[in-house]
Design a binder for this molecule. Structure first.
Ligand SMILES: [Zn+2]
Length: 262
């Protein structure tokens, strides 16, 4: 870890007034949640072609495959615990200067770490809720899975309108929620510091958030295991695991804030 770059990042945090944090799969791998785009996705026996939104709405058979798949992947996310990087983001929020926490993750670990849900923008939805595709009523995941187990249901339908129920994540082929996306870009445009943690910035349109922030005059920090296509616009690049890196930044930030300076 480069102490000079850690110090530089901590200083930027100190000087910022409107901070946006953007997180990807890399922030949750240290909590034991594999990256879906990694070479060994989980669970391995499912074919992503069978899990598209179009298939889900087309036929009961695919809804069953989808629910099987989702039930197989859910326990890892339900039982996962936040790590030092999630806790560092909570510390950033406590400065009172974080305006938004935008995430590509569906695991809910930011909220579990203590992040204010009102500041969290989940671009890909959440595994912890289930929604009706017709009337858009939402339930907690546990309420629906309890009902499925109790009544032996493999594919759940809405008790109000009979519409198909789907976990509130964005499936392959399903468009991102427009309101969440618009708010995210608005925050990126209005911030003066944009921190990317654990994203390789290869998935559109989320990877367009850092350039949006840059165009509006924000400074950019990247914390990730590897480089990204946007390294040329980053002000500080910290290559390394999210947990230890973010912890080091916040320790330095604490020293500066306490008057330790250089
Ligand atoms: Zn409904």
């Amino acid at each position: 870890m480069d102490d000079r770059l850690i110090r530089q990042a901590a200083r930027m945090l100190q000087e910022a007034r409107r901070i946006v944090v953007f997180t990807g799969a890399g922030i949750s791998t240290e909590s034991g949640i594999p990256d879906f785009r990694s070479p060994r996705p989980f669970p391995p026996r499912y074919n992503s072609d069978d899990l598209t939104y179009q298939k889900f709405i087309s036929h009961e058979r695919y809804r069953k495959i989808y629910w099987d798949y989702d039930r197989a992947r859910y326990p890892a996310m339900r039982d996962a615990l936040p790590n030092d990087a999630h806790r560092a983001v909570v510390e950033i929020e406590r400065t009172g200067r974080m305006t938004a926490l935008i995430t590509q993750n569906i695991d809910g670990l930011h909220q579990k770490a203590g992040s204010n849900p009102a500041l969290v923008y989940e671009l890909h939805g959440t595994v912890h809720e289930v929604g009706c595709l017709h009337c858009h009523t939402r339930w907690s995941r546990e309420a629906i899975t309890d009902r499925m187990e109790r009544e032996g249901i493999e594919v759940p339908y809405c008790e109000h309108c009979g519409g198909p129920l789907k976990v509130a994540t964005i499936a392959f082929g399903q468009s991102l929620p427009t309101d969440v996306l618009e708010e995210s870009f608005r925050h990126a445009q209005a911030c003066d510091l944009f921190i990317t943690i654990g994203s390789s910035l290869v998935v559109q349109p989320a990877n367009l958030l850092p350039p949006q922030a840059k165009r509006s005059g924000a400074r950019l920090i990247l914390v990730n295991l590897s480089g990204t296509p946007y390294d040329n616009i980053m002000d500080v690049i910290l290559l390394g695991p999210a947990g230890p890196t973010m912890k080091a930044i916040m320790e330095d930030f604490g020293r500066i804030s306490a008057g330790g300076g250089d």
